[in-house]
Structure formats: C-alpha cells, structure tokens
Ligand binder design. Structure first.
Ligand code: CMP
Length: 142
C-alpha cells in the first residue's frame, strides 16, 4: 500500500538545528524522501494549509509561527507512509507523545512541536498538491 505524505520541519526545527536528526529518523524507519524544498511561506499560503483549523483559538498564533522563518517541506513515500510517519512523529502534544517519537524526544510545547505530517489519505493528497508540483517529486526506481 504505497502512499505519499507531506512532512514539514517547522521554523523551530530549522532554528534548533534539528533538520538532520528529523530526516534521519524518517530515513531510518525505511521511508523514502521523494521531494524536499526550503520555503518561507506567506500568511495566505499558511492559512490555506491550515484551513481545517480556521476559527480555533490557536489559529492566528499557528500561522504566525509557521510563517516566522523558513521551513523544510518534504514528501515521503513508503508502505502505509501516512500512518508510519505519524507514528514516528508522535502525538500533537509533545507531553502526550510516546517516548522514542520525534515530538516526545525533541520538543515540549504543542505550539512548538517541530513537525507537521498529513493525517489522512485525503489531507496528504490535498497538502502535497498545495506544496509541490508533480514534476518536483522524484519517486525512486522500483
Ligand atoms: P500540526 O500537526 O502541524 O497541526 C496543527 C498544528 O496546530 C499542530 O501541529 C500544532 O502546532 C498546532 N496546535 C494544535 N493544537 C494546538 C493548541 N491547543 N495550541 C497551540 N497550537 C496548537
């Protein structure tokens, strides 16, 4: 069941020098990196990415956080990649994330949780379309 999923290393992850650590953990899991780009996104682009959270009390802060500085946008591919990535990333709230997950091991605040990962087949498809052109995704030879 080969899937693709969108992963963002948010500005706090870039700032803290955790790009390599986060990518290593996903590579070690056996997932394949098929697209990657440094991006500094606009407020409008962020609001569309987080459209599902519009109206929530943390929405404005979330948009400010994600647009504050450059981030790393990636597409990862693999068997059940959406679920596999979310397992490795851990729960949204780092204090509820399981030990061994990225969020547990490397963060402590929900509002600075380092990383984003698509949460369903539908959102992965929409998010990858929002962030990448198909020609900028490089599937490995199979
Ligand atoms: P992410 O997986 O990118 O999806 C939505 C983001 O909103 C989430 O990670 C957090 O960064 C943020 N978020 C979710 N809930 C809260 C909250 N209660 N307070 C602040 N930020 C939140």
């Amino acid at each position: 069941n080969c899937q693709r999923t969108l992963v963002l290393i948010k500005p706090d992850g870039v700032h803290r020098g955790l790009i390599g650590e986060i990518i290593s953990r996903l590579e070690n899991r056996g997932l394949k990196l098929v697209a990657m780009e440094f991006r500094h996104i606009t407020k409008e682009f962020a609001e569309e990415h987080y459209a599902a959270h519009k109206g929530k009390p943390f929405f404005n802060g979330l948009v400010k956080y994600i647009t504050a500085a450059p981030l790393v946008a990636m597409v990862w591919e693999g068997s059940d990649a959406i679920k596999a990535v979310r397992q490795t990333v851990g729960a949204t709230n780092p204090t509820e994330a399981a030990p061994g997950t990225i969020r547990h091991d490397l963060s402590i605040l929900t509002s600075r949780n380092l990383i984003h990962a698509s949460d369903s087949v539908e959102s992965a498809e929409a998010e990858i379309k929002h962030w990448f052109k198909e020609e900028d995704i490089f599937p490995w030879e199979r």
